[in-house]
Every structure is written in structure tokens, then in C-alpha cells.
Design a protein. Structure first.
Length: 62
């Protein structure tokens, strides 16, 4: 289920041409990276603390 909403968002963005193909590719990469960071936790289980920790992780690893 979690990928259904993300897929719908990406497909709708592409169909409506609200973002460029480059941006869509970056969104897909960012989503995959965040999922990898979450490990076994699903998107539905993630909370604002997970997002904050991910941002800190990205800042340290850029």
C-alpha cells in the first residue's frame, strides 16, 4: 500500500506535467533513499522524528 500513494503521486505529476522528468527522477531517488534509511519501518510508521533524523543523516553524509 505504501508505494501505491507514492506511485500515484509520481504518475499524476508526470501526466499533469507539473514537474520535469529530471525532478521526477530525483523524487524517485529520494524516496528510495528514505526507504533504505527507514530499514524495516514502513512509510506509514515513520514520524516527524524519522524525517528529522534522515535530514541530519543527509547533512552529515553530503
Amino acid at each position: 500500500m505504501e508505494f501505491d500513494l507514492l506511485d500515484k503521486f509520481l504518475k499524476a505529476s508526470k501526466e499533469k506535467e507539473t514537474v520535469s522528468d529530471i525532478s521526477l527522477g530525483m523524487y524517485k531517488r529520494d524516496i528510495a533513499d528514505f526507504k533504505e534509511f527507514l530499514g524495516e519501518k514502513s512509510y506509514e510508521e515513520a514520524d516527524k522524528n524519522d524525517v528529522a533524523e534522515y535530514i541530519k543523516f543527509m547533512e552529515k553524509n553530503m
